[in-house]
Every structure is written in structure tokens, then in C-alpha cells.
Design a protein around this ligand. Structure first.
Ligand code: GLU
Length: 190
């Protein structure tokens, strides 16, 4: 069973998320990943295998620039697509506007994929989740709030999900939604 975590606040985001992922490790997983909003857009790190592999990447020189205050992390238990780096979450949408982590199954992902492919979207993974990433992007116009884009996208989704979505354009937000999967929100000082 996968685990998802998001953090928005004053602490450095990567250690908070790694710590959260470690606390969910017991649930089982095959790969892990983190997305955070940096000054120049969404930064993404993903790795198959143990969480320590991901930690090695985010602690390495290439990712030391992820210092933002908002981020999401995922431990994946693959249902659609083999457990490898490309299929690991988070998934960034085609035009890189949003990043999503997802627990569950999007039952009608093939139909969504076909519809969006006709509109020019290119799919890089074998996952059901990437269909939802691009569907949210399709609804995420320049004037649309992220929560509205997520709400509109989910109207055409069948299946189970717990999701967390971030956008470089609205770095003060994490948008979550759930159906058949749990999400817990914690709210504290800072
Ligand atoms: N269905 C998604 C995938 O295979 C999410 C799996 C999960 O819940 O970890 O990527």
C-alpha cells in the first residue's frame, strides 16, 4: 500500500518529507519520489528501490537547490506500470504546470489518455496517474485556481484515489482530494 505526504510551512521541505516517507515505509513500497517547488519551477526526484536511494539523490549536489516551503512525497506500490524510475511518483503534467502523487487506481485512465492524446498531450509513463496529471493540467487555465482544476478533473474520473497536487504558479497551496483512500490533514503554527 502506498504512502503519500505533503508539507507546506516554514521548515526546509525535503527533510520533513523524507521523514514522513520513512514513517510510512512499513506499509510496503517499490519506489519513492519527491516534488518541491523551487524558484525556477517544480523539482522532481524519484528512485526505484529503497528510500535510502531517494535520500542519496536529494542529498546530492544536483538537488541541494530544493529549499522551497512546499512539497509532496510518495512511496509507490505499483498497480499500473512496472516499478521503475519513470513510473514512480510524483508525476509532472505534460506542460510541467502541476505535479501529483496518487494512491489508488484511476479505472478509466485509458479513455482519459486517448482523449488527451488527441489534444496533443504526450504520455511518458505506463501509469494511470499520469492521465490524471494531464487531465488536471487540461483544466488548469491561466485564470483557474488549482483547486478548481482538480475539482473539474475529478468529475470525469472513476476509481479510488487519495491525491496531493502542487503547482509552481501557486506555491502557497497543496490541493488534496480523496475517494476510497484516506487523507489526514494536520494544521499547526507556521
Ligand atoms: N495506480 C498508481 C500507480 O500504479 C498508484 C499506485 C499506488 O497506490 O501506489 O502508479
Amino acid at each position: 500500500m502506498c504512502g503519500i505526504i505533503g508539507y507546506i510551512g516554514e521548515k526546509k521541505v525535503i527533510p520533513v518529507i523524507i521523514n514522513g516517507l520513512r514513517r510510512m515505509e512499513y506499509r510496503g513500497y517499490d519506489s519513492s519520489g519527491i516534488a518541491a517547488v523551487a524558484a525556477d519551477g517544480i523539482r522532481l526526484s524519484k528512485k526505484p528501490g529503497k528510500l535510502v536511494e531517494l535520500e542519496n539523490v536529494v542529498n546530492g549536489a544536483n538537488d541541494s537547490s530544493i529549499e522551497g516551503s512546499v512539497g509532496i512525497g510518495h512511496t509507490r506500490w505499483a498497480t499500473h506500470g512496472e516499478p521503475n524510475e519513470i513510473n514512480a511518483h510524483p508525476h509532472v503534467s505534460f506542460k510541467k504546470k502541476i505535479a501529483i502523487i496518487h494512491n489508488g487506481i484511476i479505472e478509466n485512465y485509458i479513455a482519459i489518455r486517448e482523449e488527451l492524446s488527441k489534444k496533443g498531450y504526450v504520455f511518458y509513463t505506463e501509469t494511470d496517474t499520469e492521465a490524471l496529471a494531464n487531465l488536471i493540467e487540461e483544466h488548469y487555465g491561466d485564470e483557474t485556481a488549482l483547486e478548481e482544476a482538480v475539482r473539474l478533473a475529478l468529475l470525469s474520473v472513476n476509481g479510488t484515489y487519495g491525491i496531493a497536487v502542487i503547482s509552481a504558479r501557486e506555491p502557497e497551496k497543496i490541493v488534496t482530494a480523496r475517494q476510497g483512500s484516506p487523507i489526514v490533514l494536520g494544521y499547526g503554527d507556521g
